[in-house]
Design a protein around this ligand. Structure first.
Ligand code: PEP
Ligand code: MG
Length: 570
């Protein structure tokens, strides 16, 4: 048995076999062979298995995520059947007596280099396709395991150094019972996805990949942030009990599913949820969400080979709005960049991606990307209670510019006779300190604020949210953060606007009493946090929490804040 500590990223307990999601070692030796036919047969066999796998992944993706996302695998299949690529490999084996690995590598590298340097985006994408598929074929030639999360068909816990958002999107929740990673923090996007998939996860363990091997049994304790490798019988028994207790607790919370959210002294707040895809709406409704406080639209743009069309976006937004009926749905426009890369946009690598060309900065300069999203949103607005917000707003000019584009598209649609709602509120995420500091000026122009504490904390504390070495500085209760949050809420209320929070802090049980006291109107969190939060708020007096405000805001450390809140709420 081995116990590894990490960061609790998604609640629940999972017990299953390990599935290692790691890139295989594809190094090979180049050797001279004396039977070219045999080598060609090996190559053909590796190509055949790769094609069969890609067919399966394509079908799976089509079914689970949608036709458009499956297209990338059609492109990969075409590459694997392309005689212009395959024949030169065979010729090389025949004429130079090299092994299949060397022939595959030489020919693929030649094409990749050629396409990569072309001045045409389509051809550059083909270079990426060839690179992807050759890795798979090489793994089969070497007899190495090539991981395909989409093809998992038994109960497992995925172990990886890190999971990209698109890896996470591929996980099949029927079989993937949990995951643990070496790197990442509570607010890295893989952790956020785990919460929307409702699977237990522990991240930032530093060395989980080095501590397990395939077929080990492990326990993920997403409540405490612990992973246990090869548990003893007693541990298994105790964790089965913990699993049952957690299920019983969930059943208890479930009783409040259709209730509004009131504090013990009768003050109402709104408890809404964050989603990444239209598939997450079911989880929101099952967990008693009163609306959607953050729809991260970037997941529509990821795991694909090209931008989603306006029509595809319209269908996704409409589906969310229709499923939610008259409940509010706050959709955030594209927040790409940071840890969310879109390979087909071919953006230059940056030294500090979180401080770089992301979100609204990118959208304002790429109207061919931004305008179709705005149009899709405006068209969808006729189907429900839509609110739109812009991410990463640092200046008033950015907000004005984004809103002007929105209004421009609205006028154009209306002129064409397209139905658009006239009641769309337009707000911003407050996740950059400059905006939190001058929230008073912003409050005169926006309809609402949604505080994005995941970024607001990283920018205020100057601590990369992806880096577990500085995760101790991710301090939601730090008085600097509380003062900024308070400033935003006060500014909103002064102008008769509402203030919400969609960063992870909104669902945090220590932060909730503080935020209630500061007057936060809307709390948006992972769907699974909604019912525990409702239960907690039922037991808190808003008046009492407000009476602590000045004391909390003048404290010196997060530790003091936590000790104070624990004492007052126990
Ligand atoms: C945030 O920054 O708090 C937020 C909600 O946005 P994201 O986590 O998607 O950056
Ligand atoms: Mg953010």
């Amino acid at each position: 048995m081995k116990k590894i500590e990490g960061i609790a990223a998604s609640t629940g307990i999972a017990i299953a076999k390990v599935y290692e999601l790691k890139a295989p070692d594809l190094s090979f030796e180049s050797v001279t062979i004396d039977n070219p036919d045999q080598e060609i047969a090996r190559l053909e066999e590796a190509l055949k298995i790769s094609r069969q796998e890609l067919e399966k992944i394509k079908e799976h993706t089509k079914k689970e995520i949608g036709d458009e996302h499956a297209e990338i695998f059609s492109a990969h299949l075409l590459v694997l059947s392309d005689p212009e690529l395959i024949n030169p490999m065979k010729e090389k084996i025949n004429s130079e007596n090299v092994n299949a690995e060397a022939a595959l590598d030489a020919v693929a590298t030649m094409f990749i280099d050629m396409f990569k340097n072309m001045d045409n985006e389509y051809m550059r994408e083909r270079a990426a396709d060839i690179q992807d598929v050759t890795k798979r074929v090489m793994a089969h030639l070497l007899g190495a395991h090539f991981p395909d999360p989409a093809l998992i068909n038994e109960q497992v816990i995925v172990i990886a150094n890190d999971l990209t958002p698109s890896d996470t999107a591929q996980l099949n929740r029927e079989f993937v019972k949990g995951f643990a990673t070496d790197i990442g923090g509570r607010t890295s996007h893989s952790a956020i996805m785990a919460r929307s998939l409702e699977i237990p996860a522990v991240v930032g363990t530093k060395d989980i990949t080095a501590s397990v091997s395939a077929d080990d049994t492990i326990i993920i304790d997403g409540l405490e942030g612990i992973v246990i490798v090869n548990p003893t019988d007693e541990e298994l028994e105790s964790y089965h009990k913990k699993q049952e207790a957690f299920a019983a607790q969930q059943a208890e919370w479930g009783k409040l599913k259709d209730e509004p959210t009131f504090s013990s002294d009768g003050e109402q707040v709104e408890l809404v949820a964050n989603i990444g895809t239209p598939n997450d709406v079911e989880g929101v409704l099952n967990n008693g969400g009163e609306g959607i406080g953050l729809y991260r639209t970037e997941f529509l743009y990821m795991g694909k080979s090209e931008l989603p069309s306006e029509e595809e976006q319209y269908e996704a937004y409409k589906s969310v709005l229709e499923q939610m009926g008259d409940k509010p749905v706050v959709v955030r426009t594209l927040d790409v960049g940071g840890d969310k890369e879109l390979s087909y946009l071919d953006l230059p690598k940056e030294l500090n991606p979180f401080l770089g060309y992301r979100a609204i900065r990118f959208c304002l300069e790429n109207e061919h990307v931004f305008r179709p999203q705005l149009r899709a949103l405006l068209r969808a607005s006729a189907h429900g209670n839509l609110k739109i917000m812009f991410p990463m707003i640092a200046t008033l000019e950015e907000f004005r510019q984004a809103k002007a584009l929105l209004m421009d598209e609205k006028e154009a649609l209306k002129a064409d006779g397209v139905k658009v709602s006239d009641d769309i509120e337009v707000g911003i995420m407050v996740e950059i300190p400059s905006t939190a500091v001058i929230a008073r000026q912003f409050a005169k122009e926006v309809d609402f604020f949604s505080i994005g504490t995941n970024d607001l904390i990283q920018y205020t504390m100057a601590a990369d949210r992806m880096n577990e070495q500085v995760s101790y500085l991710y301090q939601p209760y730090h008085p600097a953060i509380l003062n900024l949050v308070n400033n935003v809420i006060e500014a909103a209320h002064k102008e008769g606007k509402w203030a919400g929070m969609c960063g992870e802090m909104a669902g945090d049980s220590i932060a909730i009493p503080i935020l209630l006291g500061l007057g936060l109107d809307e709390f948006s969190m992972s769907a699974t946090s909604v019912l525990p939060a409702r239960t907690q708020i039922l037991g808190l007096s808003k008046k009492e929490m407000s009476s602590f405000k000045e004391q909390l805001l003048s404290m010196g450390t997060a530790e003091e804040v936590v000790a104070f809140i624990k004492e007052k709420t126990e």
